[in-house]
Structure formats: C-alpha cells, structure tokens
Design a protein around this ligand. Structure first.
Ligand code: ASP
Length: 445
C-alpha cells in the first residue's frame, strides 16, 4: 500500500488542504462560498460520528458488562478507572501550573493590549459568564442527580447525556447477569451482533474522514479569521507566548506522562500505541470534540490496540465525559496567565485551589468544542480573578481547543490500555490493518 493510501495520511492531507483553503478563502473573500458549500460536509461528517455514539455505547457496554459475569469485577474496574483518571488529570494540571509559573507569559502583556482585548470581547464574555453561572448555581450533588436519567429516550436523545447512557447500559448489563442464562444469552447475542453493525457504520464514517477534516479546518479558519486573515497573525503574535506555554505544557503531558504510563505500566510499545491511536488524535484535532471522536477511539483501542471490548466499552465512554487532561491543564495555565496579565498575585493556596477546581471543572466540562473556556470561569472565580479576563484569551481559544482535545482523547486511550493490562484484558495489537477502515461492501461470511 502506498503511503498516501493509508488512512492517517489521507486525514493529514485533508487537514493541510483544509488549512490552505481556509487561508485562501479568507484572503480572496470566498468566506460565504466556503460556508455554503464546504462547511456542510464537515457538519455531515461530525453528525455521522455523533449518530453512532449512543448506539455504540449502549450495545458495547451492555455486552461488556453482561460478559463480566461478576459484579465485583465491574466495581473494581470502575473504581480503578476513576482513580487513574483523576490522578492523570491532577498531573496534567501540575505540569500546566509549573510551566505558567516558571515562564510567566502574562507578565509580558502590555496594558493597552489588555484593555483592547477586553473591549472587543465584552459581549462574548457576558455570554460565557451566564453559562458558567448556570453551571455554578447547581447544588453540590446535582452532577450525581443528573447522572440518573428519568427517561431513557430523553437521555439517548442528546449526546451530552452520555453519562446517563452509560448508567442505563450498566444497569441493563448487571440485570442481564442476574437473569437465567437461557433468557439472557439470546439478548446478549443480538446486542453483540448489533454492536458489529454499529462498528461497520464507524468504518463508513471514516471513509468520509479526509473530506470531513478538510471541511472542518477550512470552516474553522474562515470563522476565526472573519474577513481579516491578518487578525489571526496579530492575535497570535500578541498572545503567542501564552499559546506557546499552553502548547509546551500539553506536549510535555502527551510526550512524557502518557509515554511513561505506556512504557512502564503496560507491555505495549510506544510506537504501537501512537500508531494505533493516531487517526483518533487527528479527528480530535479536527473536530475539537472528544464526544464526536469517541466511536473512533473505541474502535482503534479495540481493533488495533488489542483492548478487550469489556474494557473499552466502559473506560472510554466514561473517559470522554470525565477525563479531560488537556482541558484541565489549559484551564490552569489560562487562569494563572489572566491573573499575571491583570496584575493579581496568586498565593500558594490559590495555586492549590487551581489544582482542585481545574480537576473538578474538567470533569464537569462537556465533550464539545469550546466547553473548556466556560468551566474556566469557575476556576477564575475560585481564586478571585475577574471573569472578564477571559476576553484576553478568547481569540485564540479555538486553536488551543483543537490541541487540548487531542490530549484529552490520548489520555482516555492511555488509561484504557493501562486498565486493560491490569485486568488481564490486553491482547495482541493488530497494526497491520490499522490504517484502513474495515469496511467491506459485501457481507462477511
Ligand atoms: N473540546 C474539548 C473536548 O471535547 C473540551 C474543551 O476543553 O473545550 O474534549
């Protein structure tokens, strides 16, 4: 197979062309054409991925739980997964805090720029503030209350309710273990077959991936640049140091913490891990949504990295909703950056508060584009920094969102491999066909 026929290369080529088109369209004034004729293909691609998420989680998790045949194993795996997720997120926040405190990007921002940015993003800040207020007004136990749905159709009707779908699937799976085998076997086998079908739909969606990412990137550039492409350059040069610190810290976490986990706590080769998960990372980057990427992350971990369905079906949907290392790290850097730029000194206690609130805020962040900056307001409030400060970083948020989402998805996959290894559920990786969708036109026999 030629290199350019491999899926990850096709996606990379799509991304580069999309970037090029976005820049060209902004320079030539083809924004409306791009919005009318190119953007919809990206939307179709994301819709297809989202369409698969609920059926995939339902079928694979019910089958996964039912095949555990032991509820103790489920609670052990659940406890372990949540603990590892929280630990990796706390490490991410610490890396972010160390980087921003050592490099101090906020100190180099001139006062005029702070004023200018604050003025130009006033309206947007108000919008985010009201969303954050809603999130904050909820009682302390509200997130747990919201995990239990009152109506299954309603929870399956909105991808934001993925945790509810996870709870329903776990309850259903546990109930299946408890009834007679003669009754449960048939149902489990139907769901297992349905799961195979859903995975084929993931393959079909992946055929669209190169075109989808082309369109998504073109659309992102056009909407960030508006009718003035120079604006991106201006913002990047003003906030370049801040972006550099976020990117550096993200790279440190993705390039040191995860590799250490894979190398020392699992038998998997680093190259195998990154090669296997590559297409999911590229999709996370292009869609800025770990929720939309979930079906692909699940498929790559199961089919290419050799993680048993029992583990992927549980660890990954949970991870896509509660484990956001990239988001938490970014929230820590952004909070301290805003404090530095607005001349507010943070005490050691404040820094500890950031670790605590950023971990919690990232758990509460929805797996969609731009959600991280809303929860950032909660972190800011906890350390007494005015929320209007987010005006400083709103302009570059979309670009950083792509990178932090990639780290979020990589973190989910790394923990998935780790948990699988500890549970004896890590098989041989299959990288030979790792790059191609498994989609075949004919029915397999
Ligand atoms: N876009 C991120 C995700 O879906 C969330 C965020 O940080 O905005 O993982």
């Amino acid at each position: 197979m030629k290199w350019y026929q491999k899926l990850h290369w096709k996606i990379i080529i799509g991304m580069i062309l999309g970037l090029g088109w976005g820049i060209l369209a902004s320079v030539m004034g083809w924004q409306q054409f791009t919005i009318d004729w190119i953007s919809p293909w990206g939307k179709i691609f994301i819709n297809m991925l989202k369409l698969i998420a609920v059926p995939l989680v339902l079928t694979s998790l019910i089958v996964g739980v039912a095949s555990l045949s032991d509820i103790k194993k489920l609670s052990r795996m659940g406890g372990k997964t949540i603990l590892i997720y929280l630990c990796t997120t706390a490490i991410a926040v610490t890396i972010g805090l160390l980087s921003v405190n050592i490099l101090q990007p906020g100190k180099s921002i001139p006062k005029e720029l702070t004023d200018k940015l604050q003025k130009s993003y006033q309206a947007k800040v108000a919008d985010k503030e009201s969303n954050a207020k809603k999130a904050k007004e909820r009682g302390p136990l509200q997130p747990i209350v919201e995990m239990v749905p009152e109506n299954i159709v309603e929870s399956a009707g909105n991808n934001r309710n993925m945790l509810q779908v996870v709870i329903v699937a776990i309850l259903f799976g546990i109930a299946l273990i408890q009834i007679e085998n003669s009754k449960s076997d048939q149902l489990v086998s139907i769901l297992d077959n349905a799961n195979e079908v859903v995975l084929k739909v993931v393959d079909m969606a992946m055929l669209l991936a190169p075109f989808g990412v082309f369109s998504l990137l073109a659309n992102t550039i056009v909407s960030v640049a508006g009718d003035d492409i120079g604006q991106i350059g201006e913002l990047l040069s003003a906030l370049g140091f801040y972006c550099f610190v976020v990117v550096l810290a993200l790279l440190l976490h993705a390039g040191v913490t995860f590799p250490l986990i894979i190398k020392f706590l699992t038998p998997m080769k680093l190259k195998t891990f990154f090669k296997g998960i590559g297409p999911a990372q590229l999709l996370a980057f292009s869609t800025s949504s770990s929720g939309a990427t979930l079906p692909v992350t699940m498929e790559r971990c199961e089919k290419n990295l050799g993680v048993e369905e029992e583990v992927t079906s549980f660890v990954l949907p949970l991870g896509s909703t509660i484990n956001m290392d990239g988001t938490a790290l970014y929230q820590a850097v952004a909070a301290v950056f805003i404090a530095q730029a607005t001349g507010i000194d943070l005490t050691f206690g404040n820094q500890l508060t950031i670790i605590f609130t950023a971990v919690l805020a990232s758990v509460g962040t929805v797996a969609i584009p731009g959600a991280g900056i809303i929860m950032l307001l909660i972190v800011l409030e906890a350390i007494g920094v005015p929320s209007a400060g987010i005006a400083l970083i709103l302009g570059v948020d979309r670009i950083l969102d792509m990178l932090r989402t990639t780290v979020n998805v990589t973190g989910d996959a790394a923990v998935c491999v780790l948990v699988a290894n500890q549970e004896g559920q890590l098989g041989e990786p299959h990288l030979s066909d790792a790059d191609e969708p498994h989609f075949v036109m004919s029915r397999k026999n």
